[in-house]
Design a protein around this ligand. Sequence first.
Ligand code: AHR
Length: 496
Amino acid sequence: MKIRINPERQLFKRDKMIYGHFIEHFHRQIYGGVYDPESPFADESGLRTDVLEAMRELEVPVLRWPGGCFVSCYHWKDGVGPERKPFFDKAWRVEDPNDFGTDEYIGMCRKIGCEPYICTNAGTGTAEEMSDWAEYCNLENEGQYAKWRIANGHPEPYGVKYWSIGNENYGFWEIGAKGTKEWGRLVEESAKMLLRVDPEIQLSAAALADVDWNLEILRNCGPLLKWISIHSYWDQLNQVNRLATYEESMAYTEDLERDIRKVRGLLCALGLEKQVRIAFDEWNLRGWHHPNFAMIPAKDKRDYLIPRDKNDDNASYTMADAVFAACFLNTCNRNGDIVGMANFAPIVNTRGCIYTHRDGIVLRGTYHVFWMYVKLMGDRILDQWCQETEKMTVRSKDGKHCSVDAVDTVAAFRQDGMITVAAVNKDGASERKISLEIPGAARYRVHTLNGESTDSYNDVGLEGITRKNGEWTACAGTAEIALEPHSVNIIEVERA
Ligand code: AHR
């Protein structure tokens, strides 16, 4: 496969927030995850220092919180101040102690060095409750909520820039699900009140790749929004924990751009493509396993609480997750002119990239994918065109045969002058050769993430997926590279 790259043709600068993350009050993401006062790793605020360090190393740019389905019945006022009121979380049917609330969240973001991104309750919540939250976070001292923040020991406003109105309120599974018209009105009223509190905030609204739903929002509220939020989990494990195989997982890469294309098209049709960007603010190859939670929930905890522990099975986080994640990050880079944020769902435990246990953490394969992209990939996307693209046929989970590109690449110019190419070999069995033609290329080296097989994984005391850095190799304009099977690669090309 030949890939010609034009170093002089920088298409756009991608936003670093495409490497964002998400954390929800679900299972062991917050409680027993990043927030664990009993842990030997806990700092004075109960946050695990080993988890914070891993997040800092990833240079997490933005962290969306507190949900997710959780938020649609969450009332933020119960989670601030000296008296915390535990509540029964009707989304996930557990008691939430409310020990971790807005102040703890902002404190965590400050320790990570990331932007906070608050998703508000548009399920049982109101426009007023959302805007009171913005008062608490962003007003200097006007009104009761800013004064409450000060009384809670936080004199300076938090300056939370990113706010989302609602989470998946289009879905029957969401508490406070809404119809299209109802949703458009609520978004408009909520946006109006939030912006009256702080006109500087950037608002998103829960959306999906559906014309009718999005038209209602964008027609009424387009001028009030800077973002439109969409989500995707391709391998749905919510009810049945039957994981797609590596091959079946590659079938999902057939058209990763589909939803982005649809939303982009609508934004362009409405003339909003320069004002509103896409926040793909929940994504992961696989959904989270939590059976019997929506509509008619199970009576027996063994049927809905205990199965959640299956998300902690590190053997289920293989090269399928890593290769898929790299293909999705390539998709975000290629569409970086309209995709300004993407949030891996989630970052800690469940199907996240950092797993916590009593004695430490495990960095799953997806953690290393983010590390490679954040540390090695440039931020100015370059024009490239491919010849002799190679296809491979894979069988999807529902038994269909799909033809997918065997290799997925994107090129970017890095500030130090290096040309960087993210090259993913999705073929689970064979190496695939690429020929990078870059005017002036003098030498290159390949950083590879891989395991011995498609089913390799990392666990406590096991490093089945590792990064290795290749040696510099001289070339004269063309780098001939063999990509290992099922591997994620970042190639650095230095020009004379
Ligand atoms: O499975 C977790 C849920 O997936 C999140 O809470 C929600 O936003 C999405 O539907």
